[in-house]
Design a protein around this ligand. Structure first.
Ligand code: F3S
Length: 62
């Protein structure tokens, strides 16, 4: 599983990080960054929850 963050949509709400800190990091400006290229199997549900938590729908999970 991979997570992609559309930087044109991310507004720094940080809900992804609050919901799934194992999957989403924040840069120094507060915008989301994936912690790894590939989401560990154990955190796939967290990745989906984090994506759903984003009010901008900036995160794609595939
Ligand atoms: Fe950005 Fe959405 Fe997370 S706006 S910081 S991807 S909750």
């Amino acid at each position: 599983m991979k997570v992609t963050i559309d930087t044109s949509l991310c507004s720094g709400h940080a809900r992804c990080n609050a919901t799934a800190p194992e999957v989403f990091d924040l840069d120094e400006s507060g915008y989301a960054l994936p912690l790894a290229d590939e989401v560990p199997t154990a955190h796939e549900a967290d990745a989906r929850d984090g994506a759903m938590a984003c009010p901008e729908r900036a995160i794609t999970v595939e």
